[in-house]
Design a protein around this ligand. Structure first.
Ligand SMILES: NC(=O)C[C@H](N)C(=O)O
Length: 335
């Protein structure tokens, strides 16, 4: 009986993304909104054409990895020696298959490598030399010459950070993530980041840690985190939000708000998240000043950049449909 009811219930597909939790200067907010809105639309189009939720979240994240306005792929923040080192993860809620990587350099789309790890490595998480050779075996091409993902903006932010007291690493955030659900209730989540400005070489944040930065389970929902990864990973907040909502029978939104506040109260740190429950309800939560986010459901796109900010527009609206060419990394050989 329960199964019959479940199959009769209608889930409206939705694709939600975030573009990082932090403090964003006013002049960069329109750029962030443009990027997240485009990513939500591109990801949703995959669902609308009956593509898989995995494909949808991967494509949404790839849009933001190629966009210098975000801290993922091109535009990633720099470590203490001025290099881009990236982390990413992806999870399939139907099977709980996961693909995670850390410390990858000179690759435009870490999220696609994470998906290859999930689908073809026989493991969940690769790092270092083994990650590099797996990527090459799979036909991924590293950018040559190296260093092409470094932007002038990221260099300026690192210089500013070095000149500061070096205690606040949060900056504007800029990590990217996506969560999707299709009409059959399949859920996937994906997150990609350059980490935090001025990090040690080899530092790993929450983003590639399943249960901290990313989680998906068709029964519980899907979620992608952003923010102070050195704190987030201590409280496994991705899994905690989904599981607490299940155990208490409450909606994701209040649970997410409360757990972010509880994290901040006990350990400090700011963070944000986007999530979808098994019925397709979305949650957007952050205790940072800003977090850009957007989702598409049906013909409508919703988006915002701070708590008070909630906008809606028809998905066909030409606003936010394309990005200025100079903000997108394009290299013919990269994939
Ligand atoms: N901006 C971010 O979201 C950073 C990421 N959570 C990290 O700590 O690596």
């Amino acid at each position: 009986m329960i199964n019959v009811q479940r199959s009769l219930s209608v889930i409206e597909p939705v694709l939600i993304v975030h573009g990082g939790a932090g403090t964003v200067s006013e002049d960069r907010i329109p750029g962030k909104l443009r990027g997240v809105t485009l990513a939500a639309k591109v990801g949703y189009q995959v669902l609308a054409r009956n593509g898989s939720v995995l494909e949808a979240v991967e494509q949404a994240v790839r849009i933001m990895e190629a966009d210098r306005f975000f801290n993922a792929g091109y535009g990633s923040v720099l470590n203490i020696v001025g290099d881009v080192e990236m982390d990413a993860s992806i999870m399939d809620g139907a099977t709980k298959a996961t693909g995670c990587l850390s410390g990858v350099r000179d690759l435009l789309h870490p999220i696609s490598l994470a998906r290859a790890i999930m689908e073809r490595s026989g493991h969940n998480f690769l790092i270092g030399d083994g990650l590099h050779s797996f990527a090459l075996d799979q036909g991924f091409q590293f950018l040559d010459p190296p260093g092409q993902l470094v932007t002038q903006y990221a260099k300026d932010v690192l210089d500013e950070w070095k000149a500061s007291d070096q205690t606040d690493r949060s900056g504007e955030g800029g990590t990217v993530g996506a969560v999707a659900i299709d009409a059959d209730g399949n859920i996937a989540a994906a997150t990609s980041t350059g980490g935090v400005t001025g990090k040690r070489v080899g530092r790993v944040g929450d983003t590639p840690i399943i249960g901290s930065g990313t989680y998906a389970d068709n029964r519980l929902g899907g979620i992608s985190l952003t923010g102070d990864g050195d704190i987030i990973m201590k409280v496994c907040i991705a899994y905690d939000v989904l599981r607490t909502a299940e155990l208490t029978g409450r909606d994701l939104q209040p649970v997410a708000d409360e757990l972010l506040d509880a994290m901040n109260a006990s350990l400090g740190g700011t963070a944000g998240l986007v999530a979808v429950d098994s019925a397709g309800n979305v949650a957007v939560a952050h205790n940072s000043k800003h977090m850009s986010w957007a989702y598409q459901r049906g013909d409508t796109v919703a988006y915002g950049a701070s708590k008070e900010d909630f906008n809606m527009q028809p998905a066909t609206d030409s606003q936010f449909i394309s990005l200025a060419e100079d903000r997108i990394f394009e290299v013919k050989s990269a994939h």
